[in-house]
Design a protein around this ligand. Structure first.
Ligand code: RUB
Length: 309
């Protein structure tokens, strides 16, 4: 495997590169690097491209951004000669990264619009899109406060808290299980998404669905911020989103607990009835419009029969 591809793949696996948006962009970059570094015939290129694709797909199973980046870069390649194919992949990868970065900025503006002046916001895990909306609201001059969960077991909340504090935002970190206790102080919940299914369910960091439940109970608006490449075309044809289960040692050392089993699913699904809106770069939509997004943007509808990978 090419060194620069392997380097990105291993960083995604070990979560040095994490968060669905970054995973998508890193995947596109790995495919660009492969095309740049490849030496050999056209036949070898196509064969090795399949291997690289499958390797990247094996790094993390839940974030559809990874699959959609591969689809955008590889399946839309054009050309008949080796040089044309390589150039097309490099161009598609650069396009994907550029569009992803632009989407982040646009969602930041739309999402900030949904945050009232004086609001106390709750966020979970570390979503670059959710943070973008919060930071934008703050830069727009809104007097906001943020509560953020530490996000066990990987503690992505530490990254969020530091980023918000660095920006000058009033941020309070709480343990995940304190969410319902504090919900009475919260005006709006803002989270990101790993994957959005065609029925509008949002798959995000484990614990998101519990937060949505507590928000629903307290009648606190629950907003999801996600680029359109977080929507999953495969779910239109009945595929279920695979929930990643990671090493239990992320929770505790099993050797310290003889006879105890551990489970470590790292994502969960929040049903659409608990979601007030999804903020995308195409606008703010109801979760029930997920199918339309998939149909419009990805050109895959009920008629899209086959698995794309
Ligand atoms: C990260 C996570 C984030 C989404 C969205 O999980 O659940 O909320 O990926 O992030 P992990 P972004 O840390 O396991 O990758 O908005 O940055 O795409």
């Amino acid at each position: 495997m090419y060194e620069r591809v392997r380097d990105i793949g291993e960083k995604i696996k070990s979560m040095e590169i994490r968060g669905a948006g970054r995973i998508g962009r890193a995947t596109a970059l790995a495919l660009k690097y492969f095309s740049e570094d490849f030496k050999g015939s056209k036949e070898e290129f196509l064969k090795e491209l399949e291997e690289v694709k499958n390797y990247l797909l094996s790094t993390r199973p839940t974030a559809v951004s990874l699959r959609n980046a591969i689809y955008y870069v590889v399946n839309r390649k054009q050309g008949s000669t080796l040089e044309e194919l390589k150039e097309s992949i490099i161009k598609n990868a650069e396009d994907f990264i550029k569009r992803s970065e632009e989407a982040l900025q646009i969602i930041g503006k739309y999402g900030a619009g949904r945050i009232p002046d004086g609001a106390t916001i709750l966020t979970h895990c570390n979503s670059s899109v959710a943070i973008q909306c919060i930071v934008q609201a703050y830069r727009d001059g809104k007097k906001i406060k943020v509560f953020n969960t530490e996000t066990r077991p990987w503690l992505q909340g530490h990254i969020t808290a530091r980023a918000l504090a660095k920006e000058g935002i009033d941020v309070t970190m709480i343990v995940d299980s304190a969410v319902r206790y504090f919900m009475r102080d919260i005006d709006i919940v803002v989270v990101g998404a790993d994957t959005i299914a065609s029925n509008g369910a949002v798959i995000n960091k484990i614990g998101t669905s519990q937060i949505a439940l507590a928000a629903h109970e307290a009648r606190v608006p629950f907003i999801v911020c996600a680029e359109t490449y977080k929507f999953s075309p495969e779910t239109v044809i009945g595929k279920l989103v695979k929930i990643e289960e990671r090493d239990p040692r992320e929770i505790a050392n099993p050797e310290d607990f003889p006879g105890v089993k551990f489970r470590n699913p790292v994502f969960d699904a929040t049903p659409p009835e608990y979601i007030d809106a999804i903020v995308t770069e195409l606008g703010v939509i109801s979760p029930y419009l997920a199918y339309e997004i998939i149909k419009e943007v990805m050109n895959v509808g009920i008629e899209g029969k086959e698995d794309r990978h």
